[in-house]
Design a protein around this ligand. Structure first.
Ligand SMILES: C[S@@+](CC[C@H](N)C(=O)[O-])C[C@H]1O[C@@H](n2cnc3c(N)ncnc32)[C@H](O)[C@@H]1O
Ligand code: SF4
Length: 428
C-alpha cells in the first residue's frame, strides 16, 4: 500500500460531488439539522502567485474591481443563506481560507468581517476566528484590522525557510520576507500562530529540513503543520511526477521526532500543537454543521455536503469566479453540486475523520451517535495486521506507524460509491 494516496481533510472529497437535480432549497436542506453550534467558513479565491504545487481553488492577478464584485456577491450569498437557516442558528467558530484571504486589502478585510458578523451573526468577541495568510500579504495594516476585530488564529504558509527550495516548489519567496511577516504577526499578538511547512521538495535533504524546522521553532508557534508535498495534474509541478515516497516518509519521521522533542504534541499526521494551546475552531466531527460562503467553499449538513463547481485549471477557475460574481441573490438559496450521505456514509465519515486524529475514535461516542460498535460496522483487520491500527475497550486508534500512513489509511476507507465518483470526476 503506497503511503501517499491522498490527503483526506474531509470525507467525501469534493471530486465526489455531482450536480444536484433538482437543486434543493437551502431552507429544506437545513430545516432538520442541529444549528446551535455551526461553523462558518468564508472562501477567498485569490492569490498573488500560483505556487507550483498548489491545487486549491484560487486565481492570481485578480483586478480590484473583481475583488469588489466578489465581496458584493458574498454579501448577496450571506443574505440568502442566513434567511435559509432556521431562527436561532448560531456560529461557534469562523475560519477564513483561500487562496490567500489577505490578498484583500485592509478595508476589504473589514468588509468581509462585517458581513460575517452583521449578516451571518457570528460574534468575534466571543467565538474564535481563524484566517490564512502568506508572507507577501501579512502586512501590518491588514494584521491590525484582523487583530482589532478579534482574530484568534493566524496561519501562514511558509513551506520552506530555504529560498532555493521555495523556488524549486515554484513559490518564489525570500527568507527575509518570511521573517518580516512573522515579526508583524507576533507584534499583532494573536492567540495562535500556525506555520505551514512542506517536505518532499526537490533538493530538500534531512539537513535543509532540519534548518526549516529550527527556523520555525525559533518562533515557538502554537501550531505547526507539516505537509508532505503532493504534485497533482493541472498544477505547475504536475509534470515532474517521480516516486519520492521514501524521501517523504523519512522526512516525516524526522520532522515528527524533532517537534515532539521540542515539546509539541501530535494531533494528526500533519498537525502539531504546543500543549495547552486553545483549539481555535479546528474541525470536530461531532459538530457536523458547516456553512460555507464563497465560490470554493463547501457546506456540510449531516445528510448533504454541497458547494459550487470545483476546478483547478486556470481557465475554469476564472470562469467559475466570473459566473459567481454575477449571480443574483435568489441563486444562492439552493445547493448546486453535492454528495448525499446515507446512514452508512455518515458512520464512515465519522470513522475516517476520527481515526485520522492521534486521539482516535471514541467507541462510546460512536455508539451513542449511531448505535452499535464501530468494529462491527467496519473491518479494520487489514490495518491491524500491518500494525497500523489498535483498539481497546474505549478507543480505536492509529499506531505511530499508522499515523505516518494516514494518507493510505484514509483513502482505503472510502466507500466504493465515493471512490467511483472521484475516479470518474473530470478534473479541469
Ligand atoms: C491556503 S494555503 C496557506 C495560505 C497561503 N495561501 C500561503 O500559501 O501562504 C494552505 C497550505 O496547504 C499546503 N499545500 C497546498 N498544496 C499542497 C500540496 N500540493 N502539497 C503539500 N502541501 C500543500 C501548503 O502548506 C499551504 O500553506
Ligand atoms: S499555496 Fe497559498 S499562495 Fe500558493 S497558490 Fe496555494 S493558496 Fe495561493
Amino acid at each position: 500500500m503506497r503511503p501517499y494516496e491522498g490527503y483526506v481533510y474531509a470525507y467525501p472529497h469534493k471530486t465526489a460531488y455531482r450536480p444536484l437535480d433538482p437543486r434543493p432549497p437551502l431552507r429544506e436542506v437545513w430545516a432538520k439539522e442541529r444549528t446551535d453550534a455551526l461553523s462558518l467558513y468564508l472562501h477567498v479565491p485569490f492569490c498573488e502567485m500560483r505556487c507550483g504545487f498548489c491545487n486549491l481553488f484560487t486565481r492570481t492577478g485578480a483586478p480590484a474591481e473583481l475583488v469588489t464584485s466578489y465581496l458584493d456577491a458574498l454579501g448577496r450569498q450571506a443574505e440568502a443563506v442566513r434567511r435559509a437557516l432556521p431562527d436561532g442558528a448560531r456560529f461557534v467558530t469562523t475560519a477564513i481560507g483561500g487562496g490567500t484571504p489577505t490578498y484583500l486589502e485592509a478595508a476589504e478585510l473589514a468588509r468581509l468581517l462585517d458581513l460575517a458578523e452583521r449578516t451571518m451573526g457570528a460574534d468575534f468577541s466571543a467565538t474564535p476566528l481563524g484566517i490564512e495568510t502568506s508572507p507577501a500579504t501579512a502586512t501590518p495594516d491588514r494584521l491590525a484590522v484582523l487583530a482589532e476585530r478579534g482574530t484568534t488564529r493566524v496561519s501562514i504558509g511558509v513551506q520552506s525557510f530555504v529560498d532555493a527550495e521555495a523556488r524549486a516548489a515554484l513559490r518564489p519567496q525570500r527568507r527575509a520576507e518570511v521573517e518580516t511577516a512573522l515579526t508583524a504577526i507576533r507584534e499583532a499578538a494573536f492567540r495562535t500562530l500556525n506555520i505551514d511547512l512542506i517536505y518532499g521538495i526537490d533538493g530538500q535533504t534531512p539537513d535543509t529540513w532540519r534548518h526549516s524546522l529550527d527556523a520555525t521553532l525559533a518562533w515557538r508557534p502554537e501550531e505547526i503543520y507539516l505537509y508532505p508535498l503532493y504534485v497533482r495534474p493541472l498544477t505547475g509541478l504536475g509534470v515532474l511526477g517521480r516516486d519520492w515516497d521514501d524521501q517523504r516518509l523519512g522526512l516525516y519521521h524526522q520532522g515528527r521526532d524533532h517537534l515532539l522533542a521540542a515539546g509539541y504534541e501530535q494531533v494528526s499526521m500533519r498537525m502539531f500543537r504546543l500543549p495547552g494551546t486553545e483549539s481555535d475552531g479546528e474541525y470536530s466531527c461531532q459538530s457536523d454543521g458547516m456553512v460555507g460562503l464563497g465560490c470554493g467553499a463547501r457546506s456540510y449538513t449531516s445528510r448533504l455536503h454541497y458547494s459550487f463547481e470545483y476546478a483547478v485549471g486556470v481557465r475554469h477557475v476564472r470562469a467559475i469566479i466570473d459566473d459567481f460574481v454575477r449571480l443574483p441573490r435568489a441563486a444562492f438559496g439552493v445547493a448546486n453540486v453535492g454528495f448525499a450521505l446515507d446512514d452508512l456514509e455518515q458512520r464512515r465519515r465519522h470513522l475516517i475523520q476520527s481515526l485520522l486524529r492521534a486521539e482516535g475514535l471514541d467507541r462510546a461516542a460512536y455508539r451513542t451517535r449511531f448505535g452499535g460498535d464501530v468494529l462491527d460496522d467496519f473491518a479494520l483487520d487489514a490495518f491491524a495486521e500491518r500494525g497500523w491500527v489498535t483498539d481497546d475497550s474505549t478507543r480505536v486508534r492509529l499506531t505511530p506507524e499508522g499515523l505516518a500512513r494516514s494518507d493510505a489509511v484514509g483513502p482505503a476507507l472510502f466507500s466504493s460509491r465515493a471512490r467511483d465518483l472521484m475516479d470518474s470526476y473530470d478534473l479541469r
